[in-house]
Design a protein around this ligand. Sequence first.
Ligand code: ACM
Length: 562
Amino acid sequence: MRRPSVRNHFPRILCSLLLIGASAWASAPSAAPAARSTPADASATVLARVVPAPASVQAGGASYVIGSGTRIHVPGNSNEVRKIGDYLAAVLRPSTGYPVPVVADGGDRDGIVLKLGAAVSGAGSRTAAGAPGAGGGQVPRDTAVALGAEGYRLIVSGQSVTLGAEQAAGLFHGVQTLRQLLPAAVEKHSVQSGPWTVPGGTITDVPRYAYRGGMLDVSRHFFSVAQVERYIDQLALYKINQLHLHLSDDQGWRIAVDSWPRLAAYGGSTQVGGGPGGSYSKADYREIVRYAAGRYLTVVPEIDMPGHTNAALASYAELNCSGTAPPLYTGTQVGFSSLCVSKDVTYRFADEVLGELAALTPGPYLHIGGDEAHSTGHADYVTFMDKVQPIVTKYGKTVLAWHQLAGAHPVAGAVAQYWGTDGSEKEVADAAKAGLRLVLSPANRAYLDMKYTASTPLGLDWAGLVEVKDSYNWDPATFVKGAPASAVLGVEAPLWTETIVTSANIDYMAFPRLPGIAEIGWSPAATHQWDAYKVRLAAQGPRWTALGIGYYRSPQVPWPSD
Ligand code: ACM
């Protein structure tokens, strides 16, 4: 099913897979008799609640209880690791009321130890599983696993929580897991009563896919830097590592471009419904990039072309084949605008815009859109993509585009973002066989702007109603029929904002579906099971409440009372 050219619902509603021990979610034999011990099955319950499901969990052994003397140790005092320690301390201090100092002294001391380096191993550490009487003396089966760019190992014993990773991103992801092992009240901003028990055991975790994205459409409605940063914090909770910003569309141009200043000044001056819109200065954009990087997310900027360009066409008459600028647009139709493919100025425009954006963007991708170019003839579409992709590569970036790129000539190394609904597009499978890589965002699964049910007050329904189970029950490796699983780089959950105006609206549509897409991107396929997932997901509800995230209480999920 394809998106209709009129989104006419608005007025009505306003690695390989590294399965280390996913089958070994076994509770360990009886717990150690230490005062801080937790019954092994209780540990197993808490450790098994994490979203995304870790690759390997071995529960058991003494728990660690965060107390007034708990310190976060940053051996070697690397600046980057210290920042992660500060981030963790900022989570723990308000709710526990403890000072939780971050200290440079290292070693396996009492407290929480953040260890960076290749020599991260469960063997030899005070692992719960290795401790006498805890875990039956087993040595974790995963001690030799390479943790890679984003993996981590978390070892909880009575004396310490040791979080190790080869790279800092892994430590950051491990901190997100540690948060989920603590009671939900840890997320509150005022002092709560503990105890702050981290159940004993070892988690070893690596992602299934390298690309795990969330997209925010800041064009249909503009969102401030603070609102984007709030969403970044939410994405980071679930180990998402790419923030795709849809920076331009018919309704608004949202990024300052020095060589084409009217794009932001005029093209950004409104939004759906006729509100004031807005745009990011270059300093704003750098701030978003900086904030995202601090949460191990890479910003993927999108300039959608050759369609979805009314804001640009309204700003500069010369970009139109007619030479006449259309008015600004505040409705929700799609497919009516096109850059003028036959004019040289179009490619100067693309070059200067993408050049400035590339200079602002440390990440590898520039997304050039390419979807719903219904007002661009096919030959013109191919011509346009043939001319614009080399501009992206000239600036040292990788081409990312919606999957219609497959119908043109994707350049070597390009990535296509699949947003169809049934995986039947043969040209996508053929291009993937020829080397095109894919990010999967099937609209009837991963689009966070689809209504959950017919009575959902926000969102659209052109791709169907997408309840939490629908959103979770699919596999990126097989969704596009005939595409090799090895072509799949990852997944992304887009949030289009025709009907989304506030951060509360974002929260309601993203939660609880966003964590499911994050799990599909992170967790081993063998952990994928709705009946187990819905129980783990339910345990997230009180965390969202503690964080001030208002979510859709799907009847499919057995939410506890907060
Ligand atoms: C899209 O939803 N037009 C990518």
